[in-house]
Write a protein that binds this ligand. Structure first.
Ligand code: TXA
Ligand code: MG
Length: 345
């Protein structure tokens, strides 16, 4: 299959071409404000199956349905989720996915047989134009091969999906660079995956919000994942990733020592660094992620950096940061990419 890439500079033209494929049961990769999605008609089980095939994704991992208008979310749920209206009015369109009991129109292929469904309204003109032109909710996971870092540019999508899908809509680099916050409204509101809509922002609306244990720790043996996606190896480059968490200078000293050890073993090493720690690495090979003062900058560079460094490194050493605000989303992705190999100094 030939994969074409077209820009979204004319959103209507891009949406029209994409929608023709979606309506015919095919797959289209499209930009969102978080990461690129791999979309199919979310009401057509056979079309949704093609997503799992193209990604090599285990089909017990459910997908998010994307809508272009708030009111299109309600028919996908059975009844009105508690807090849904306040949350939608505050955070939609935007990087917040809401989970509640599904309605009968949602195919099993989307929910992987669960009785709940995840829905979000993306804050990306190009994404909403595609959904609106398709006239159906679009089921879409991140547009990477299963297990690889999520794509934040059309080039990343092409690396993973060339020859597997007919069309990629190119909207340039994604603003946030990490996937949406996933919040379940079944029972006490609980964050299953942290994102740019932070725990603190959600608590301001909900009063109280819990965090699933799997957000910052590996699942224990025999433990059941609240979100099926949490049990898989994720965001993992081929290189081994190691994380050191601590204040800038202390972290840089430990990472420099590790760098020298691996280099002595003839390994190709790179350090993913923050601006604050950069002066402490001497002439070791570093790549700048962003600043500790704004973990959102770290989030927006993380996946792109993992892909870049993977090509030229056997070992990627990374600084970690605190889990306040968007630091939580950053650490959730980074620790997973490292298989939870982390040191605190
Ligand atoms: O920002 C995003 O959310 C991106 C863009 C494309 O919208 N999408 C994305 O999809 O990250 P995906 O499939 O890579 O991640 C969806 C996550 C998975 O961890 C999945 O297990 C979880 O949401 N999920 C989906 N439906 C669920 C459900 N009904 N119950 C629990 N977890 C669910
Ligand atoms: Mg994903």
């Amino acid at each position: 299959m030939n994969t074409s890439v077209i820009p979204t500079t004319d959103p209507t033209k891009a949406a029209t071409q994409g929608a023709a494929i979606i309506r015919a049961g095919g797959l289209v990769a499209f930009p969102t404000e978080t990461v690129y999605g791999l979309g199919a008609n979310g009401l057509d089980g056979a079309a949704v199956d093609r997503i799992f095939e193209a990604k090599g994704r285990p089909n017990d991992n459910p997908l998010i349905l994307h809508v272009s208008r708030k009111e299109d979310a309600f028919p996908l749920w059975s009844g009105e989720p508690p807090f849904a209206r306040q949350l939608m009015d505050t955070f939609w369109p935007g990087p917040l996915t809401l989970i509640y009991y599904r309605s009968a129109i949602v195919p099993d292929e989307v929910t992987a047989g669960l009785d709940t469904v995840a829905v979000r309204m993306p804050d990306s003109e190009a994404a909403r134009a595609l959904i609106a032109a398709s006239g159906v909710p679009i089921a879409a996971p991140s547009a990477n091969l299963s297990g690889k870092p999520s794509p934040t540019t059309a080039e990343h999508v092409l690396q993973d999906m060339d020859g597997r899908i007919p069309l990629i809509l190119d909207g340039g680099p994604c603003r946030y660079g990490v996937e949406s916050t996933v919040l379940t409204l079944v029972g006490a509101p609980t964050i299953l995956r942290p994102g740019a809509v932070t725990k603190e922002m959600l608590a301001a609306v909900l009063g109280e919000v819990s965090l699933a244990p799997s957000v910052l720790a590996p699942l224990g043996a025999g433990e059941k994942a609240a979100s099926p996606g949490m049990k898989y190896k994720h965001y993992a480059p081929n290189a081994q990733v190691l994380v050191v968490v601590g204040e800038a200078e202390a972290a840089a000293r430990r990472l420099s020592a590790l760098y020298d050890e691996f280099t002595a073993q003839k390994k190709r090493v790179a350090i993913a660094a923050t601006k604050e720690a950069l002066p402490f690495y001497g002439d070791r090979r570093t790549a700048l992620m962003g600043t500790r003062r704004d973990p959102a900058t770290l989030c927006s560079r993380l996946f792109a950096l993992l892909r870049e460094l993977d090509a030229s490194s056997d070992v990627i050493l990374s600084e970690g940061v605190g889990t306040e605000g968007t630091g939580l989303a950053f650490m959730n992705r980074l620790l997973r990419s490292a298989g939870f190999r982390v040191e605190y100094v």
